[in-house]
Design a protein around this ligand. Sequence first.
Ligand code: MET
Ligand code: ZN
Length: 748
Amino acid sequence: MTAPVPGATVLGYPRIGTRLELKRATEDYWAGRLDAAGLLEMGARLRHSVWTDLRESGLEQIPSNTFSFYDQVLDTALLVDAIPERFRHLDGLDAYFAMARGTDGTPGLETREWFGTGYHHLVPEVGRDTRFRLAAAGRSKPLAEYLEARTLGVETRPVLVGPLTFLLLSAASAGFRPLDLLDDLIEVYAELLERLSGAGAQWVQLDEPVLATDLTSHELAALGHAYRRLARLPSRPRLLVATAFGDIGDALAVLAGTPVEAIGLDFVTGPGNLRTLASIGGLPLRTLVAGVVDGRNIWRTDLRRALATCASLLGLAGELVVSTSCSLQHVPLDLDAEPDLEPDLRARLSFARQKIDEVVLLGQALRQERAVPRRDVAMNAPDHRVRARVDVLGDGRPRAEWPVRSAAQRRVFGLPPLPTTTIGSFPRSAEVRRTRADWRAGRIDEAAHDQVVRAEIDRVIAFQERLGLDVLVHGEPERDDMVGYFAEQLRGFTLTAEGWVQAAGDRYVRPPILHGDVSRPVPMTVRWATYAQSRTDRPVKGVLTGPVTLLARSYARTDLPRADIARQLALALRDEIHDLEAAGIGIIQIDEPALRELLPLRRAERAFYLSWATSVFRLATSGVADTTQIHTHICQSWSQDVLAAISALDADVTSVEAARPRTEPLSGARAALFRTGVGPGVYDSRSSRAPGTDEMAQALHHLLQSIEPDRLWVNPDCGFRTREPAEIETALRNMVAAAHHVRRSLSA
Ligand code: MET
Ligand SMILES: [Zn+2]
């Protein structure tokens, strides 16, 4: 930003490497196949290659400290020494990964979704005993990385999670407000800024995405206070406060009232920012870092439009720097890794590397060094059949009232009170994994693949019968993941070969691209569901991924409102549900774990979202008979605000994660708000701890205080996909025993 006006930068960059080197290195380290030195060396290599890439592409300002072995919020917690008591005896990488993943018997930090991006960060824990202090110089990551880049001849702008965001994302012990610790935390940031300045840093970027959420006047005052204090430091780098993920509203005037040198605004998902900026008279003496290139989606930027936005911003700021709307960590690295994409689609895409070029180009165009090229993109032709069906079906026919349905279903299924079931996926055996990989690579044919899948289903069904579960699942061996499996079979989607992004420190996903009108050419799950059902007399659930989750976990087109895309998805699923029902599958579960992920950051926008998100679910299920039992599954912290929406899905049975978030313990009172069947998870299926029969029976008794026995289902929190085959038996056996035990006490 000392460069001639205007410049170009990005707010952050993928850290996972072109070949997922980060994933491989961390997994090897956890498995003991790589030592600490090897891991650290891989980190250095990854950082090095990012810095060189960014420099070679002509960026004027290059960020550093965007690397992380796990998560940037976790890094910040360590940086300021916010280490919970239970990890204090550990050191270095041990402490780091223990906080991230837990160790035997010691739970790690909770994870939470990062501002609607699909990325999950760790939740720092603070309380009365928290004493912030700056990690010792050598362990101060921002400083170390700044110096490391410098040695390589790259001048960088260290990126930090801002103090307000850090505290507002933290979980506090009871009766404690994280913001009460602001002054202490600010002093640590102050010390860090001074050290960075001493090392030569000209600029520091403080990420404050929390400004895109509703803040109280107290929180806004804290924002002003924090940045006035930091800006008063006698020797410090210039400060860029970067916001992202939407409109920052009232926070802009507050920030503008502090002497920070630069403010970053998102002009992609925050269309109101332009108006707000104008309303405060612009930032005549500051630098505006204008996020005009979408950092969260994979579409090519319409350069002329972006340039027009920049042109209108030129009059509203002292200096203008073209940038991305947020860190590029949320998009895949390089389109060049996708030679096989269909050319028309490919021409419409831009991954992290290409977005850098866009930002650089826009900077040059604004300096009138060159004109932006005209790029015409062919949009997908609309599928008129799909559009017409969406119009004609509207909301679909509402189902009968639950009492009517449930009586009909009781006659058909004759399930005992407190029926036991699981959520869908079973652990993936080495053989299944190998077979899937071989089949994908063309090393084995479909028949060989199917044979292994059938054998796996046989095994999973027999296992569940042996354990005495009431409603069975087929175990999902044919699905590598719950989104890609459907995206691959639906029209309107395309899968990438290498388009990986980090969904959490230890979770990598390859979101499909949703670029056209969606329809379902042929049945997707009927074959395996009916095969599984043919192996047992007990009911087997058909399991589908819901419309909102398919939308949330894809890179979706932006030329249609999300509600309209979701309706198309719902129709495709409706066809599938119809075929499952016709094939004799009487219980169908539609998973919507991402219902919460698309929840708008601003409260005022939530009612609208929840109304369409629930209506598309009802549309998908609207055609079924009263006797068909519709289940849904929601995992990841569900809270009061989503609860009403979950019940508006009007499923016959809802399984929800209830055992896992330690901060929101199993609550019968909440589950009781459903009028229909409900299965609050009685144990954490993702932990290796198997609770005993008594513990689970007690949980069930507790739930029965607020839920009638004919509505209460017994199930774990979530699926078993990430577990090892040997790990699940004890917990499941105990769960079934607990249900039987409680049933007996009911009839006694
Ligand atoms: C993240 S929710 C997962 C639901 C899916 N049916 C499973 O059991 O894996
Ligand atoms: Zn789940």
